[in-house]
Design a binder for this molecule. Structure first.
Ligand code: 5GP
Length: 132
């Protein structure tokens, strides 16, 4: 089982931002910027492009709503989207609020935010998501 499946099952804690029956959004534990969120299918699939066309469509609709919530909480030029999956073999989309391309430089030193700040960010995004 992947670490993200354990997160979905609540066996590993996460900072929950949004969810529906099929997808789950939570804060990346080592964010590139404040508001860095991962969106995953609850179903365990390794490679993003192994998702069916229909599932990809539904995932991106959900992701779009999460991005809108991030943008409300962290006013930014755009919310950036990235798919890598080199570390965790469970399909996921990275979302991060961008003021410049440096905000999505995955090679730079990651932030380590206090638990209270992570909790507050997740709560703010969840609240913005819920207001849509
Ligand atoms: P990728 O597989 O796309 O290269 O990167 C995986 C991402 O998942 C990384 O940005 C990493 O910080 C994040 N990540 C890895 N393990 C955990 C975890 O247990 N909890 C959370 N919230 N994020 C994780």
């Amino acid at each position: 089982m992947t670490i993200f499946s354990k997160i979905v099952r609540g066996e590993i804690p996460s900072y929950r931002c949004a969810e529906n029956e099929e997808f789950y959004a939570f804060l990346d534990i080592n964010p590139v910027t404040r508001g860095h969120v991962l969106v995953i299918p609850k179903r365990e699939v390794d490679y993003f492009f192994d998702l069916s066309d229909e599932e990809l469509g539904r995932m991106m609709s959900f992701t779009k709503r999460v991005a809108a919530a991030i943008k409300q909480v962290f006013p930014c030029k755009k919310v950036g989207v990235a798919v890598m999956g080199l570390d965790v073999n469970h399909a996921h989309v990275h979302l991060a609020p961008l003021q410049s391309e440096m905000d999505m430089d995955f090679g730079k030193k990651k932030l380590q935010l206090p638990a209270e700040e992570m909790q507050q960010i997740a709560a703010d995004i969840a609240s913005a998501f819920g207001r849509q």
